[in-house]
Design a protein around this ligand. Structure first.
Ligand SMILES: Nc1ncnc2c1ncn2[C@@H]1O[C@H](COP(=O)(O)OP(=O)(O)OP(=O)(O)O)[C@@H](O)[C@H]1O
Ligand SMILES: [Mg+2]
Length: 373
């Protein structure tokens, strides 16, 4: 059976990647000319995909070691360093024995995590406990990068996470290492715009004015339409004109939602058949239904106040002044101060996002489910 060409998690190669030609070229041009880059966008727009895609390009693959370090689940500097070590070990092993050996030689502090099987193949298990002192390991990691025979590109994905670490000097520490590292360029990517903007554009902060910024926007609609049609046609299916446009408008050009709906539509269309406009609603219903249990669970875990505010935000769609009396009265909420604390708790749970001061329910499918309660 043919693979569903509309990927909904991870990166599966250029064939399944829609457009982003200009963004890829721009990112590469900046990095290969000695710039560090901040890559920002709302959630699920395609930052991580773009990183993988860019690092796969000819001219990068053979000329650079590339590392993508996702620090989303790290909680402190120690965990960040462990993750860096793990990714570098992982990447180098699948790439070159020479480079791997060199890294293990330099990064002595990670060695306790590396073992060899009877055939001499390395296995490793870099855990937080492996690292005795993050600064020693960081020294060694950057020593390796500086000595590497080919330059490195290092992407730290979900970089805003460091703002939540208990240590207050992580930015300064990283900045110092990066500043003195001539053999690598860095991408810092993330979706929490206010945190990233503060880190990189506030004169009082260590990273101030040290990077170029790339704001990732929606994929061009015409390109998306072409991409989707081509994949349908390859499977001998047709895609009615207007379908992509409708999905795109409904989900405001956010890549993941478009991919998800196209994935379901592709599955719902028989070979030789045609995907028609009226199938969109059916597919969206299916997606929402398939997640119903998860959504019900999420809702069940909320306090009454949180639930009420979540439903109110969802009803409104986008809320500009969340503590404004108009919004509060209309939805029979309590005082502004209480709304402020409650919305913060909803944001911590990633149920609500704010972008440029506008609040909305984070998962648009969850929003649809909520509106049907
Ligand atoms: N150019 C593209 N063509 C097709 N699918 C894409 C493209 N870019 C991203 N995707 C898909 O969209 C989804 C979201 O992309 P990705 O994870 O890269 O977004 P993100 O901005 O990193 O999100 P988050 O902020 O949640 O980390 C993924 O399932 C990915 O496979
Ligand atoms: Mg991502």
């Amino acid at each position: 059976m043919m693979k569903n060409p509309f990927v909904t998690s991870g990166y599966e190669g250029p064939e399944y990647f829609c457009d982003r030609e200009e963004e890829t070229a721009k990112l590469i041009r900046l990095l290969t000319n000695g710039n560090n880059v901040v890559l920002m966008s709302p959630r699920r727009m395609g930052k991580t995909g773009l990183l993988y895609h860019a690092f796969r390009q000819a001219g990068i693959v053979d000329e650079y070691h590339t590392f993508i370090i996702d620090i989303y689940s790290t909680k402190n500097l120690n965990e960040l360093v462990a993750e860096m070590g793990k990714v570098i070990l992982n990447t180098l092993q699948s790439r070159s024995k020479k480079a791997f050996d060199k890294f293990v030689k330099v990064a002595t502090s990670l060695r306790p995590g590396v073992s060899f099987d009877p055939f001499g193949n390395p296995n490793w298990n870099v855990e937080v406990g492996t690292i005795q002192s993050p600064s020693v390991t960081l020294d060694q990691i950057f020593d390796y990068i500086n000595q590497s025979e080919i330059p490195c590109l290092v992407a730290i994905d979900e970089f805003q996470q460091i703002a939540h670490y208990p240590e207050k000097n992580v930015e300064a520490i990283l900045r110092t290492y990066i500043q003195h590292c001539s053999n690598a360029n860095f991408v810092f990517s993330g979706s929490e715009r206010h945190l990233l903007a503060e880190m990189f554009s506030s004169p009082a902060r260590p990273f101030y004015a040290s990077t170029s910024t790339l704001n990732l926007e929606s994929i061009n609609l015409l390109k998306y339409d072409e991409f989707a049609k081509a994949h349908f046609e390859k499977a001998e299916k047709q895609l009615e004109t207007g379908v992509v446009e409708t999905i795109y408008a409904r989900f405001e050009g956010v890549t993941w939602y478009i991919q998800k709906v196209l994935n379901y539509l592709f599955a719902d269309t028989a070979a030789g058949g045609c995907c028609k406009m009226e199938m969109i609603e059916v597919a969206v219903d299916e997606i929402v239904k398939d997640n119903g249990t998860i959504y019900a669970d999420l809702l069940y875990q909320l306090t009454i106040k949180q639930k009420e505010l979540l439903v109110a935000i969802n009803k409104e769609g986008k809320v500009k002044t969340i503590t404004g009396s108009k919004f509060i009265k209309k939805h029979h909420l309590t005082a502004a101060s209480s709304v402020q604390t409650t919305v913060k708790s909803l944001m911590d749970k990633q149920l609500v996002t704010s972008h440029l001061g506008i609040y909305e329910v984070y998962d648009k499918f969850f929003g649809i489910w909520l509106s049907r309660l």
